[in-house]
Design a protein around this ligand. Structure first.
Ligand code: SF4
Ligand code: SF4
Length: 444
């Protein structure tokens, strides 16, 4: 029987229209807008000024503190301005705008396609290289990788889990990466193993990607300690706690991190970025983004420079269809609607989905019929209908007691609710309010 996590979960229509589309390299845009905060942690500090000439791969904003990430120029050209822009989340933040001229890279970056298998760097040097090259988790969380690889004193990691699940419907960039860059990705996994000091890595891939499972199995057979596991299709299996449960049958306690149960989880895209950083000295200046939708002319996967406008990606995929009602940044379950398409692609941009108007409207909200479907599907064992009712009534002490902070915002409850209740909207409100209350309480 295929492995999966036991509690909750849903299986929305997969709609992976772009799974057979090989990754295309998008041309260098005329201008990039690179925000200084594209990661969890402190925003970086710009180290360039208006008028400076930069090369591809050059550091333009330096990480501020341990939990932060360096940011590098994704083009060569002239720094046009450093000012506030609206990012994909709708917030204003500082960004560095660069007018591209040519495509001149730093000499230190090895741009050859040749596979470099032998890992020469020590554990410490791998960590500092990941920090130096601005590597963050590419599965969506954008947590700085050097932090995740630094096992805290007193904790021990015995297993590296590699997330090749890609359980969000529509998204296919990880699938294509495994097929097209599998060799590099597996070397990246061996680098992550060395950094963590573990001799076991488990790659989890859902069984709607049999070609990727077979391909990665063949490659990893030559590597000691790396195994590939076919998983039952179930959302949100890509969430860290669910993937650890599925593969290791270990439960990460409420409010704790995977390291508590001896595991560290990295995404397949991150493993590839680590390969490029460690073996090729290449900073994180591009990524693969799925651009898709039912009415889109050419749904596809695009390797794109960070800072490229989302509109350029949509143009490459055939332009905005007439019936578009909503553009979503990320997957349909966890992604957020964009209010404009001239926002930049950042390190955490995994997909852009264009939904037709007919699928963009909210359904009519009716009273809760106490069917308990939202409870059945919650993989964190929460009671979504209750959390929503409490948040609606500002009863945040009881919201906290009912473990709202465990919610991973997967959206399964809203998806399944036959009454169209905006469960996740209220749970998000409850969660952010409870986190503010906790911060205030701890600061006293
Ligand atoms: S969004 Fe939160 S409450 Fe709703 S199913 Fe997911 S984890 Fe549970
Ligand atoms: S799924 Fe919707 S209708 Fe059913 S109990 Fe939950 S909130 Fe109520």
């Amino acid at each position: 029987m295929l492995k999966t996590f036991p509690l909750g979960g849903v299986h929305p229509p997969e709609n992976k229209f772009s799974e057979s589309a090989p990754t295309e390299e998008l041309p260098v845009p005329a201008q990039v807008v690179i925000p200084i905060s594209q990661h969890i942690g402190a925003p970086s500090d710009p180290v360039v000024k208006r008028g400076d000439i930069v090369k591809v791969g050059q550091l333009i904003a330096e990480s501020k503190g341990f939990v932060s990430a360096n940011i590098h120029s994704s083009v060569s050209g002239k720094v046009a301005k450093i000012d506030g822009v609206t990012d994909s989340s709708g917030y204003r933040q500082t960004a560095i705008t660069i007018d591209a001229e040519g495509d001149e890279w730093l000499d230190s970056v090895d741009r050859s396609e040749q596979l470099t298998k032998e890992v020469k760097l020590s554990r410490e040097d791998i960590l500092s290289r990941c920090h130096e090259m601005g590597i963050v988790g590419l599965g969506g969380a954008t947590f700085p990788s050097h932090v995740k690889l630094s096992v805290p004193p007193g904790k021990q990691c015995d297993t590296l889990i590699i997330n090749g699940v890609e359980c969000e419907p529509y998204l296919t960039s990880d699938h294509r990466l495994m097929l097209e860059k599998g060799e590099e990705m597996v070397v990246g996994i061996s680098i992550l193993m060395k950094a963590l000091g573990v001799d076991k890595a488990m790659i989890g891939i859902e069984n709607n990607k049999p070609d990727a499972i077979e391909h990665i199995k063949k490659i990893s057979a030559a590597y000691k300690g790396i195994s590939v596991h076919s998983l039952k299709i179930k959302y949100p299996q890509g969430a860290e706690k669910q993937l650890i449960k599925a593969l290791l049958n270990r439960e990460v306690p409420s409010g704790m991190l995977p390291i508590e149960v001896g595991a560290v989880v990295h995404n397949v895209g991150t493993a590839f970025a680590v390969y490029e950083a460690v073996q090729k000295n290449k900073p994180l200046i591009d990524r693969i983004v799925t651009v898709t939708g039912k009415s889109l002319a050419n749904p596809g996967n695009y390797r794109v420079r960070i800072g490229t406008p989302v509109s350029a990606l949509i143009d490459a995929a055939g332009g905005t269809p007439e019936d578009t009602g909503k553009i979503v940044n990320g997957g349909p379950m966890m992604g957020k609607a964009l209010n404009k398409s001239d926002v930049p692609v950042v390190k955490g941009t995994s997909g852009i989905i264009l939904f037709p108007a007919s699928e963009s409207r909210r359904v009519r909200v009716t009273p809760c019929i106490r069917c308990s479907k939202c409870i059945t599907v919650c993989a964190m064992g929460l009671e979504p209908y209750l959390l929503m009712s409490l948040a609606e009534r500002d009863m945040y002490d009881i919201v906290e007691a009912n473990k709202v902070t465990d919610c991973m915002e997967c959206g399964s409850c809203s998806y399944i609710c036959p009454a169209g209740r905006p469960l996740l909207d209220y749970i998000r409100l409850g969660k952010s309010t409870v986190f503010s209350i906790i911060r205030e309480r701890n600061s006293k």
